[in-house]
Design a protein around this ligand. Structure first.
Ligand code: ZN
Ligand code: FE
Ligand code: FE
Length: 277
C-alpha cells in the first residue's frame, strides 16, 4: 500500500483538506499547524476536526504529517526566540490531540553559532519539557540539508537528539529526500547503503514518514531547494526506486515540490502508477 499526498493549505479548515486530497487522488497530506513564517494559529473547531477524522477513517487514509512553523527554533541563541518556539511546540502538541495518532514533523532548529552540540542539547531539553506521557502524536525530527547552522544535517546529529529524550518512544524521523541528498547522502548511486546507514545509526523503525522531493542542486550542496519529481538532480528513476524501496513501504509520502494543484495531481498519479506496475 502506498500513502501519497502533498502539502495543503489549512485556510478552509480541516475537513476541507481531506476533501481536497480525495479530489487530488491521494490518501495522506501535510499542512502547517500555524502560519509557517509568522507563527500564528487559528483555533480548531472541534466539529471540523471530528469531520476530518471521520473522513480519514472512511477513506482509509494513511497517517497525516502536520508540519510545525519555520519560525520555531528550539535551539536559537536568543532566549526569547527559543521560548517563543517552546510555546509554539507546546500549543501545537495540545492541538494535535484533536487528531489522534498522527505525525507532527518539525525542523530541529538552527544553533545560530552556538555549535551543533549545544543545539542538540537545547532541542532535547525542549522536547523533554513538552512531550507528555498521554500524548497520542508521534513527533518527527526532519532530516535537514545543512543550510546555515541547521541541526539535523546528519543521521548522527538526529540520533544524538533522540538519545537525550526521555519519552523517546514518541519521537521518530521524517526523511526528506531533497534534504538528505543536499546533506551529502547519495540516494541516487547508493540508496541501499544510505538506508543501511540510517538503520545502523538511528534504526529504520524510527523512519515514520518521507518528504518526497527532487532537488535543484547536486548531492552535498547544503542548499535545500526542492524541485518537481524528475526535474532535479535526483531524477525520476531514483525517485521511483525510493518510492518502491521495501524499507519505506507503507510510510506516508508527502510531496513538497514546487507545484500548483494540477502539478500535484499529476505527481500523485505518477507515484501511484509506479506501485501498480
Ligand atoms: Zn520541512
Ligand atoms: Fe521537508
Ligand atoms: Fe526543505
Amino acid at each position: 500500500m502506498i500513502y501519497i499526498g502533498c502539502h495543503l493549505s489549512v485556510t478552509n479548515g480541516y475537513e476541507a483538506m481531506g476533501k481536497t486530497m480525495l479530489g487530488f487522488g491521494g490518501n495522506t497530506f501535510a499542512y502547517f499547524t500555524r502560519n509557517p513564517r509568522g507563527g500564528r494559529s487559528k483555533d480548531i473547531i472541534p466539529e471540523d476536526a471530528a469531520a476530518l477524522n471521520a473522513l480519514l477513517k472512511g477513506h482509509r487514509f494513511g497517517t497525516l504529517v502536520a508540519h510545525g512553523s519555520y519560525t520555531m527554533n528550539l535551539c536559537a541563541a536568543i532566549e526569547t526566540t527559543r521560548l517563543n518556539g517552546l510555546d509554539m511546540l507546546q500549543k501545537d502538541l495540545q492541538r494535535m490531540e484533536y487528531f489522534p495518532r498522527q505525525f507532527y514533523n518539525f525542523h530541529p532548529g538552527a544553533h545560530t553559532g552556538q555549535g551543533a552540540e549545544k543545539g542538540i542539547e537545547l532541542i532535547a531539553d525542549a522536547l523533554n519539557g513538552t512531550l507528555f506521557p498521554e500524548m497520542q502524536t508521534t513527533v518527527l525530527l526532519e532530516t535537514m540539508a545543512g543550510k546555515g547552522t541547521e541541526v539535523g544535517r546528519s543521521f548522527e546529529e538526529l540520533r544524538a537528539i533522540i538519545e537525550r529524550v526521555e519519552l523517546s518512544d514518541k519521537v521518530g524521523i521524517c526523511f526528506d529526500t531533497c534534504h538528505v541528498w543536499d546533506a551529502g547522502y547519495d540516494i541516487v548511486g547508493n540508496l541501499d547503503g544510505v538506508l543501511t546507514q540510517f538503520d545502523k545509526v538511528i534504526g529504520l523503525d524510527r523512519l515514520c514518514a518521507v518528504h518526497f522531493n527532487d532537488s535543484k542542486n547536486p548531492c552535498g550542496s547544503h542548499k535545500d531547494r526542492h524541485e518537481k519529481l524528475g526535474q532535479g538532480y535526483i531524477g525520476i528513476e531514483a525517485m521511483r526506486k525510493i518510492a518502491l524501496h521495501p524499507a519505506l513501504r507503507g510510510k506516508p509520502f508527502i510531496l513538497e515540490t514546487p507545484n500548483d494543484d494540477q502539478g500535484y495531481i499529476d505527481e500523485i498519479r505518477t507515484v501511484k502508477s509506479w506501485m501498480e506496475n
